[in-house]
Design a protein around this ligand. Structure first.
Ligand SMILES: *Cc1c(COP(=O)(O)O)cnc(C)c1O
Length: 356
């Protein structure tokens, strides 16, 4: 006999993390542009804090991440009891599901969007309501509002959206929230918000008072460049934070991660400079790519190339030239805005690519 697992697990595809570039026999420099990581190494003052914190790992970390939550509260101008932290924003997504849904319930999100949403829905034994994006690759909030049922308990809205880089506007989001029942938790996933420069974009923090069922989700993994340390946070009304905390794994966020996140918030002018550089690189990359292949204007640290049936071919060309990209066969290719030489190589590949 073999171990009997829950039948829901059989239907779950394994999470596909962005692949690293394949090993090569030649001297071509390779780049991992498949996971939307920050290309810059940790700042010296953050690295120093990490080394210092490493000396106390014989102790459990502060289970409440009190100092980190205070730092986030200061940074976001909210109260400490409005802040929750976990081992990455992904962990919080799972906690939102644990806190809201069970078998028979429904979780709604736009699609295509962040790949964790359908997986965590299935793990929870719930049903996914995946509402197709509009032709311009934006969330279709009108259709989503109309599709809410008695069973809908949790809704994810990702802005800027992974993998399309598109935003929902504050106007559209507010109209959407007015239509969603107040007992449904709406997660605004702002994993890429630091890269957003569109003044019309949704601003979750501004909506919290008006809509106590909204939770804003953010991470230190992307703009703050701490993906390997696993810290994410959420901001919401205190009852939402309380529910999320009840579903947390104890002692999740390590002392090293807490210290590094606090240090990153305390002195973030260099981080802001880096974000500006990536945004400038994104603009350059987009205008160069536009001459060659279809590209959706992005508000995140990646570009979405809606190549349809040519996606796999294009990804293969990238792979041959040492760029590991994220392919969604039949739909498109997502490429992280990275080091200048990686960005330049992408433009070169696009300039030689013929869509058949
Ligand atoms: C990267 C990402 C996250 C979270 O990442 P963590 O590393 O778990 O903090 C959350 N949402 C979206 C849409 C992402 O792309």
């Amino acid at each position: 006999m073999t171990v009997r697992f829950r039948p829901e697990l059989d239907a779950i595809p394994a999470y596909r993390a962005g692949a690293a570039p394949a090993a090569r026999a030649d001297a071509v420099e390779t780049f991992k542009v498949s996971s939307n990581e920050n290309p810059f190494p940790p700042l010296p003052h953050v690295a120093a804090v990490i080394e210092q914190a490493a000396r106390t790992v014989n102790r459990y970390p502060d289970p409440t991440s009190q100092r980190l939550r205070e730092a986030i509260a200061d940074h976001a101008h909210v109260a400490v009891d409005q802040v929750g932290v976990a081992t990455g924003a992904v962990a919080l997504c799972y906690q939102f599901a644990h806190a809201t849904v069970g078998p028979g319930d429904e979780v709604m999100f736009g699609w295509r969007s962040f790949e964790a949403y359908p997986i965590l829905t299935q793990v929870a034994g719930a049903k996914a309501q995946a509402i197709p994006l509009r032709p311009d690759a934006t969330y279709d909030l009108e259709t989503m509002a109309a599709a809410v049922t008695e069973q809908t308990r949790l809704i994810f809205v990702c802005s800027p959206n992974n993998p399309t880089g598109t935003i929902v506007t504050q106007t559209d989001l507010r109209a959407f929230l007015r239509r969603v029942p107040a007992n449904v938790l709406v997660v605004l996933d702002e994993a890429y918000i630091e890269f957003c420069r569109d003044p019309r974009a949704a601003d979750g923090l501004e909506l919290l008072t008006e809509f106590p069922n909204v939770v804003v989700l953010r991470t230190f993994s992307k703009a703050y460049g701490l993906a390997g340390l696993r810290v994410g946070y959420c901001i919401a009304s205190p009852p939402v934070i309380e529910a999320v905390n009840k579903t947390a794994l104890p002692f999740g966020v390590s002392g090293i991660a807490q210290a590094a996140a606090i240090a990153s918030l305390a002195d973030d002018s260099e981080l802001q400079t880096r974000v500006h550089r990536l945004i400038a690189a994104r603009a350059e990359l987009e205008s160069a790519l536009q001459q060659q292949i279809p590209v959706i204007p992005s508000q995140a640290n990646f570009v979405w190339l809606p190549l349809g049936s040519a996606s796999a071919d294009f990804a293969q060309q990238c792979e041959l030239r040492g760029l590991a990209v994220r392919t969604f066969p039949g739909e498109g290719v997502r490429v992280t805005v990275a080091e200048p030489s990686a960005n330049e190589r992408l433009v070169d590949i696009a300039s030689r690519f013929r869509i058949s």
